[in-house]
Design a protein around this ligand. Structure first.
Ligand SMILES: CC(C)(COP(=O)(O)OP(=O)(O)OC[C@H]1O[C@@H](n2cnc3c(N)ncnc32)[C@H](O)[C@@H]1OP(=O)(O)O)[C@@H](O)C(=O)NCCC(=O)NCCS
Length: 155
């Protein structure tokens, strides 16, 4: 049984964990400066520019793209807007072509890695691909990205 089959069926969903509550929600342009660009700069040798993200988000409404932001709330929110909504710790996206879903980006901030954020994002992408009845799920990974290869192998 794949991780998708195992985790999509679990009652508490992929967003609950032991490291604070993880929330996955559609990416908004204002998320870019609130954490996404910082994570992106840490994640890739050639990070996407704000313009690339904005162009991708612009295509969501037409149905050819799907982008998500992961936020983690520590559970010790002081009442401020930022702390109650949580801190942005990762992002991911899909590009739909015909009946295929292609993973365009998965990145997690270095200080939030190995806590299940990418797994939760990938599961949410998989749910959307299944909902749209995609028959294929593709991605590209750098040969040097051992962590990403291991993550993808789980799927
Ligand atoms: C790859 C990346 C997205 C993983 O994010 P993450 O939130 O740390 O991943 P998860 O915590 O969900 O990891 C799930 C599993 O993937 C595997 N994995 C993730 N990172 C790994 C690493 N650095 N080394 C080995 N295995 C790793 C493990 O099996 C892990 O399970 P475990 O922690 O119980 O052992 C993150 O390291 C990152 O942003 N890297 C830079 C950007 C990148 O390479 N993106 C991929 C597109 S090419």
């Amino acid at each position: 049984m794949s991780v998708i089959e195992r985790m999509l069926g679990r009652p508490d969903g992929p967003g609950d964990d032991n490291n604070g509550s993880l929330t996955i929600a559609p990416m908004r342009k204002r998320d870019l400066r609130q954490g996404i660009l910082d994570t992106e700069a840490h994640a890739y040798p050639t990070p996407w520019s704000p313009g690339v993200f904005q162009s991708e988000i612009d295509q969501v409404a037409g149905g050819s793209r799907y982008y998500l932001t992961a936020r983690r709330s520590s559970g010790t929110a002081s009442g401020s807007r930022r702390s109650s909504k949580g801190r942005i710790v990762g992002h991911a996206g899909l590009w739909f072509t015909l009946d295929e879903a292609h993973v365009t980006n998965v990145a997690v901030h270095p200080d939030a890695r190995r806590t299940g954020v990418a797994t939760a994002l990938m599961l949410a992408l998989a749910e959307e691909a299944i909902r749209r009845e995609c028959t294929a799920w593709t991605l590209e990974v750098r040969v040097s990205s051992d962590g990403a290869q291991e993550l993808y192998r789980n799927f």
